[in-house]
Design a protein. Structure first.
Length: 77
């Protein structure tokens, strides 16, 4: 029962923190407005997607290699 209380307390704390993190100045970000107005925001999004897809492919490749190594170890036993 205490684990559930701790978990709920953590969720509430993070939820309250998010409420306070959103101040009124957050909507006035000049850099984001400039990127959006000039159309460069799409370049930023494309670069982020390329980086994330590269990381995903890297993790999938490492996972396959580790799985193959585990199978080899099990086969040797």
């Amino acid at each position: 029962m205490t684990n559930i209380r701790k978990f709920l307390t953590l969720i509430l704390l993070f939820g309250i923190e998010q409420l306070y993190a959103q101040n009124s100045n957050a909507g006035n970000v000049e850099m984001a407005d400039d990127f959006r107005n000039s159309g460069k925001i799409y370049v930023v999004i494309a670069v982020v997607l390329i980086i994330l897809s590269g990381l995903l492919i890297y993790v999938a490749t490492i996972d396959r290699k580790i799985s193959r190594m585990e199978k080899d170890i099990e086969a040797k036993k």
